[in-house]
Design a protein around this ligand. Structure first.
Ligand code: ZN
Length: 150
């Protein structure tokens, strides 16, 4: 899925620049979403020039490429989560069989991507409306039983 995002994306960032991967539960601010498979945090720095941060439109373009590839993905601004986190892109692979329960909830739970929300549970300051216009639904998602639940 990340490789597909890479082929869809033409900007200065890098969909393969993972700053936190899956099967990791060392970051408390992730509240278990990275404990299973299919969860990645992507850098918002310019590829091969990590002293430069992408601008906001470029970050959103990277999120869009991840969504087109099948991720529930969001730009996480520092105050989107309580407690605050560094600016990053958080992405959950829709349909991954090894998602943790908190990750799956970010797709189809009450604050989930498919409901047009940002995936942040109330105990971490959410949910808020998705800033990027709601989910991109692929035919294979519908085959898996997902749909646009807005
Ligand atoms: Zn994350």
């Amino acid at each position: 899925m990340l490789n597909l995002a890479k082929t869809l994306y033409t900007g200065r960032g890098d969909p393969l620049a993972i700053v936190q991967g899956s099967y990791a539960d060392n970051v408390a601010a992730s509240f278990g979403t990275h404990a299973g498979g299919g969860a990645v945090d992507i850098s918002v720095l310019v590829k091969d020039n990590a002293s430069v941060v992408l601008n906001r439109a470029e970050m959103e373009e990277l999120v869009s490429a991840l969504r087109q590839a099948g991720f529930a993905a969001w730009l996480r601004l520092p105050n989107d989560l309580n407690p605050p986190t560094p600016l990053h892109i958080h992405a959950i692979a829709v349909g991954d069989r090894e998602l943790s329960e908190p990750a799956r909830r970010q797709i189809d739970g009450p604050e989930g991507y498919l409901r047009g929300l940002n995936g942040v549970p109330p105990e971490h300051g959410g949910p808020q409306p998705d800033r990027q216009g709601g989910p991109i639904i692929c035919a294979w998602m519908i085959a898996l039983g997902y749909q646009d639940w807005r």
